[in-house]
Ligand binder design. Structure first.
Ligand SMILES: NC(=O)C1=CN([C@@H]2O[C@H](COP(=O)(O)OP(=O)(O)OC[C@H]3O[C@@H](n4cnc5c(N)ncnc54)[C@H](O)[C@@H]3O)[C@@H](O)[C@H]2O)[C@@H](O)CC1
Ligand SMILES: Nc1ncnc2c1ncn2[C@@H]1O[C@H](COP(=O)(O)OP(=O)(O)O)[C@@H](O)[C@H]1O
Length: 277
């Protein structure tokens, strides 16, 4: 049965800081950047993860990208990596890692994802991190744990699961979660979220203002931010999808992906008030 993605299901599981917490205890998120001319997507995701409450957010970047990113971040930290092995070491200790936005469609992205697979962090894989496995899904599935999350739009979904969408989006997303043994977020006007345990939810508060470049990168960062705070992956994905749309409704006309993270304090405050009622 497909449930509506109603906040009543997950709002009591949203992570709020306790009085005694500190930034490392709130959760550590890493976001992997693309090359020097492709750093915007990672910066969007990192800012969104921080706004969602991850206590420490770090961009891990190829060495040539560091001088581009450093002047463009403040609360987000930055560490260059020189190889997939080095990336794995730098990401160890992260609770969640986002990879894929503007990562590049080359073997380096595959090697980086494989290196992250042994860190134990929840992986949120989006965009190029999905498309690069076209025709090589067995290699992707070999990396995944059940708490990992894939966030394809329909184009990316078709690259990973050719032909599956002809069975309808609902059937397709459930079958994809079963095959991948991971949570799948099939994005669109009505995003569907499926868990490998068979649960599936339809998001019904979508906003067409989200049809603008970079909003998917922000969503990946929001999911990563909640997963870093150890919210269960399926609920983290469902909550982030709903809050992402709510932020878009809050902003309305003229929305760009840059605006979304800055709408989150209001959206989260309203959610917190309703959870305390
Ligand atoms: N600020 C930034 O730096 C941004 C970087 N981005 C990155 O830029 C790279 C390329 O992005 P593209 O948008 O070209 O790659 P996509 O894989 O999104 O699009 C490639 C093709 O897929 C097709 N497609 C089929 N179904 C689609 C759907 N439902 N939604 C969107 N496209 C669909 C489109 O026709 C498009 O020509 C990615 O790595 C992405 O993460 C984008 O996220 C935009 C913002
Ligand atoms: N018409 C629409 N109605 C509701 N949500 C939409 C619509 N178009 C796009 N979105 C949402 O916007 C986001 C776009 O993500 P994505 O396609 O990955 O873009 P990008 O790669 O530019 O970040 C997804 O969360 C998707 O569900």
């Amino acid at each position: 049965m497909i449930e509506t993605n109603d906040p009543a299901i997950w709002r009591n599981f949203l992570p709020w800081p306790s009085a005694e917490t500190h930034k490392h205890a709130r959760g550590r998120l890493a976001v992997v950047s693309g090359k020097a001319h492709q750093t915007g997507a990672a910066r969007l995701a990192a800012h969104a993860g921080l706004r969602m409450g991850a206590g420490v957010v770090r961009i891990l970047c190829p060495p040539d990208a560091a001088s581009v990113i450093a002047p463009a971040v403040r609360a987000v930290m930055l560490t260059p990596f020189s190889s997939p092995e080095n990336l794995g070491r730098e990401a160890a200790g992260s609770d969640a890692v986002v990879i894929g936005p503007a990562a590049g469609l080359d073997d380096a992205t595959i090697a980086n994802i494989q290196a992250l697979g042994s860190t134990g962090a929840v992986l949120v894989i989006d965009a190029d991190g999905l498309s690069v496995f076209k025709g090589r899904t067995a290699e992707l599935f070999a990396v995944l744990d059940r708490d990992d999350i894939l966030t394809p739009h329909e184009g990316e979904f078709e690259r990973l699961f050719p032909g599956l969408l002809t069975q309808g989006r609902e059937v397709a997303v459930q079958e994809a979660a079963r095959l991948a043994q991971a949570t799948i977020v099939l994005k669109g006007a009505q995003t569907l979220i499926a868990s490998p345990d068979g649960r599936v939810r339809r998001n019904e508060n979508g906003s067409p203002w989200l049809a603008t470049a970079g909003t998917g990168d922000v969503l990946a960062g929001m999911i990563g931010g909640l997963a870093a705070q150890r919210m269960e992956s399926f609920d983290a994905a469902c909550a982030a999808v709903w809050l992402h749309s709510d932020a878009a409704h809050t902003f309305g006309p003229g929305l760009t992906s840059d605006d979304l993270p800055d709408c989150l304090p209001r959206v989260l405050s309203e959610m917190r008030s309703s959870a305390l009622d």
